[in-house]
Design a binder for this molecule. Structure first.
Ligand code: IMP
Length: 204
């Protein structure tokens, strides 16, 4: 039996602005206001696991322990089939410059690795999102969402964040960065994981 969340303010254990904005938007219809880890001055724990769920657990439990409140974390990324699932849990690392993140650099790397392998088209990939809701007593619940699609080059669109400009979800011919928020959130990995979270942890 899934444990219910009965508050009206949810601590989301992320410092990523793009993820946080999508969470606010996704949870608004359920009357839940979202508080980010930045607002609570929470430290960013090191993500030392090699799975999405492992890293999501680290972030959620660290935040729940530090605040005494239930905390939701998001670990996500993109898996590219022709690169054997890379960058996967290292999706954010590919953007790391030492002085912040550069997603154009990360997308260029993905494209160049595909080119150097002469990978066939369509270059299929999946965005993946694992959400963990952790309580201060150590209990947690896990929810996963996947959005399958393919990669395009050159990149297209100005909305969204991260790798959105190179990803076209199945059933569409525009990238996530060319979609408005509603359209992306309806079909995205994060939208799907939040749907499972809401079904599992909210009454009604
Ligand atoms: P982490 O979960 O903090 O390890 O970072 C995941 C990384 O995956 C983010 O920094 C983004 O680059 C990427 N990512 C996750 N979700 C999305 C999305 O919805 N659109 C584009 N990129 C995403």
């Amino acid at each position: 039996m899934t444990r219910k969340f009965d508050g009206d303010r949810l601590l989301v254990a992320t410092h990523n602005k793009g993820k946080l904005e999508e969470m606010v938007h996704l949870l608004e219809p359920f009357g839940v206001s979202v508080v980010g880890a930045g607002e609570m001055n929470l430290p960013e724990p090191e993500e030392t696991e090699d799975t999405f769920v492992g890293n999501a657990r680290i972030k959620a439990h660290a935040a729940a322990k530090a605040t005494g409140l239930p905390a939701l974390s998001d670990d996500s990324g993109i898996t590219i089939d022709a690169l054997d699932g890379a960058p996967g849990v290292y999706t954010a690392d590919w953007a790391e410059t030492g002085e912040g993140r550069d997603f154009l650099m990360a997308m260029t790397r993905a494209h160049e690795e595909l080119e150097s392998k002469d990978a066939a088209h369509p270059r299929t990939a999946q965005f993946r999102c694992t959400l963990v809701l952790a309580w201060p007593d150590g209990h947690d619940e896990v929810f996963e969402g996947v959005s399958p699609g393919h990669l395009v080059w050159p990149i297209r669109g100005k909305d969204g964040f991260g790798y959105d400009p190179m990803f076209v979800p199945d059933g569409h011919d525009i990238t996530f960065a060319e979609m408005d928020r509603w359209e992306k959130n309806k079909i995205s990995h994060r939208g799907r994981a939040v749907e499972m979270f809401v079904k599992g942890c909210f009454d009604g």
